[in-house]
Design a protein around this ligand. Structure first.
Ligand code: PLP
Length: 441
C-alpha cells in the first residue's frame, strides 16, 4: 500500500514511538517490571474516590434521553455533540473558576477544549510553525523552545518537516533542602536573544512546559516575565504548557505564579490530576486563537470529547479540583520525590550523580557525570534487569546533540510508581551505575 507524504511522515518509526512500544511490551511481559519509564499519573486513593463519586452521580441523574441542551445535565451532554469549541457548561465553569482565582477577566471566547493537550500542541505547533506566506515570500518558521531538555511529545507533531529550535541551558549547581548534589537549568537569555532566527522573523512562537517534563524544573517568575516580554517584542505568542502546573494538578513546589494576557496561550490538561484516559485539554488564549482551534477541532474531531468535561464541571464549579490538587496531589508527589531522592543518595551518594532540583512534575532527572556509556546504552542494560527509565537523548527536540555530552548522560525516572517499585527500581539503577563507574576506574 502506498501512503502519501503526510502518511509516511506519521507512520515512520520515530525514536520515541519505538521506545514507547518497548515500554508497553515490557509491561505486557510476564516478568516483573519496575516501571519508572512512563508518563502515567499515580493512583491516589482520595483522588480516585472523588472521581468515582462524581462519575456515579452522573449516572444517577436519570436524564440520558433528554436532549434539551438549554437544560443540560451531564449525561445529556454526552448524548449530543458540543460545538467545535467544546462543552459549553464546562467552558462557563472554567471561565468562572479562572476569574475567581486569577484576575484574567476571561470570557467564554477565551477558552477551547481539545482531546488532551497533546491534541492542542498538534494544532498550535502547526498554526505557528511551518511555512508562512509573508510579502509574497514563503518564510519557514520554527517553534522556539527557550530551554532544552523539553517534553518528548513535541518532537514529531509538525505536518510537514520539523520546526523546532531550542536553546541549551545554563547549568547551576544548587542545594536542595540544605543538601548538595543538585543542579538547576536556567534559560540562557544571551544565546536566546542572539538567535539569528528570532531576529530575522523565523520564529512563530515560544513554548515551554512549566513545570518541565522531563526535568521537574520550574522556570522562575523572572524567566517567564522575560520570555513574555521577548514574545511581545517580536509579536509572537508565548505558549505555556501547564500540564503539571497550577491551579490543577498543582504539582509545583517552588514559589511560582501564573500569568495570562492576550499574547499568552495557556494549555491545561485533566491528565495529571489522574484522568489521562478522559483526553481533555483546555486552551486559554485570545479569541483569535480560540476561533482557529475551534475550526481545527471541527475538521479533525467534529467536537472534542465531553466525558472529561462532564466529570470535571462540578469539581471546577465548587473548587474541589483545586482542593484536591493542593491537599492530595501536590503533597503526594512531593513525598514521592523526597523518597526517591533519599533512595538515590543511599545508592549513589558516593558517585558522580547529580539530580535536577525537584521543583515539580512527576519525574526526577538524573545526571550521571562522565558515565562511561551513553544513557541509551544504560537504558538497555536496565531493561534487561527489569527496570525501565527513559534516556535523555529524546528530550532535545530542535538541537543537534551529537557533540553535546550532557544530552547523553541523563535519564528521566518517573516518581509516580508505588514505594516498593521505587525501592526496587532505584536499587537496580544503583547496582548497574556503581558497576559502570567502578569498572572505569
Ligand atoms: N505536556 C506535557 C509536559 C506532558 O508531560 C504531557 C503528557 O505527558 C502532555 C503535554 C500531554 O498530555 P495530555 O495529552 O494527556 O493532556
Amino acid at each position: 500500500m502506498k501512503f502519501s507524504k503526510f502518511g509516511q511522515k506519521f507512520t515512520q518509526p520515530t525514536g520515541i514511538s519505538q521506545l514507547m512500544d518497548d515500554l508497553g511490551d515490557a509491561l505486557k511481559s510476564d516478568k516483573p517490571v519496575n516501571m519508572l519509564g512512563g508518563g502515567n499519573p499515580a493512583r491516589i486513593e482520595a483522588v480516585n474516590e472523588l472521581f468515582l463519586e462524581t462519575y456515579q452521580a452522573l449516572g444517577n441523574d436519570g436524564s440520558f434521553n433528554n436532549s434539551d441542551e438549554t437544560n443540560s445535565t451531564a449525561t445529556t451532554s454526552m448524548a449530543n455533540y458540543s460545538n467545535p469549541q467544546g462543552d459549553a457548561a464546562f467552558i462557563e465553569a472554567l471561565v468562572g473558576f479562572f476569574n475567581r482565582h486569577y484576575d484574567w477577566d476571561l470570557t467564554a471566547d477565551n477558552i477551547a477544549l481539545t482531546n488532551g493537550s497533546q491534541n492542542a500542541f498538534f494544532y498550535l505547533f502547526n498554526l505557528f510553525g511551518g511555512a508562512f506566506n509573508e510579502q509574497d515570500q514563503t518564510v519557514d518558521k520554527s517553534i522556539l523552545l527557550p530551554l532544552a531538555p523539553e517534553y518528548i511529545g513535541y518532537s514529531d507533531v509538525h505536518v510537514e518537516g520539523q520546526h523546532f529550535m531550542a536553546v541549551l541551558p545554563h547549568i547551576d549547581e544548587v542545594t536542595h533542602e540544605g543538601e548538595d548534589g543538585f543542579f538547576k537549568y536556567r534559560v540562557d537569555f544571551d544565546a536566546l536573544e542572539n538567535l539569528p532566527a528570532l531576529k530575522e522573523g523565523r520564529i512563530g512562537a515560544i513554548c515551554c512546559s512549566r513545570p518541565t517534563n522531563p526535568t521537574g524544573n520550574v522556570l522562575t517568575d523572572e524567566e517567564m516575565a522575560r520570555l513574555a516580554e521577548i514574545a511581545k517584542r517580536y509579536e509572537i505568542p508565548l505558549i505555556i504548557d501547564n500540564a503539571y502546573g497550577m491551579p490543577f494538578p498543582n504539582i509545583i513546589y517552588s514559589d511560582a505564579h501564573l500569568n495570562w494576557d492576550h499574547n499568552t496561550i495557556l494549555c491545561f490538561s485533566l491528565s495529571k490530576i489522574g484522568l489521562p484516559g478522559m483526553r481533555t485539554g483546555i486552551i486559554v488564549a485570545d479569541s483569535e486563537v480560540i476561533e482557529a482551534v475551534s475550526a481545527m477541532n471541527a475538521v479533525v474531531n467534529l467536537a472534542p470529547t465531553r466525558f472529561g468535561a462532564a466529570i470535571a464541571t462540578p469539581l471546577v464549579e465548587n473548587d474541589r479540583i483545586k482542593q484536591l490538587s493542593d491537599n492530595e496531589i501536590k503533597p503526594f508527589y512531593q513525598q514521592q520525590a523526597k523518597t526517591a531522592v533519599t533512595l538515590l543518595k543511599k545508592e549513589l551518594g558516593d558517585y558522580p550523580l547529580v539530580i535536577h532540583k525537584p521543583e515539580g512534575a512527576i519525574f526526577l532527572w538524573l545526571w550521571f557525570k562522565d558515565l562511561p556509556i551513553s544513557t541509551s546504552e544504560l537504558y538497555e542494560t536496565l531493561k534487561e534487569k527489569g527496570t525501565l527509565i527513559v534516556p535523555s537523548e529524546y528530550f532535545f527536540p530542535g538541537v543537534d546533540i551529537s557533540d553535546y555530552k550532557h544530552a547523553h548522560e541523563c535519564i528521566r525516572m518517573s516518581i509516580a510508581a508505588d514505594e516498593q517499585t521505587l525501592i526496587d527500581g532505584i536499587a537496580v539503577i544503583g547496582e548497574v551505575v556503581r558497576g559502570l563507574y567502578d569498572g572505569a576506574k
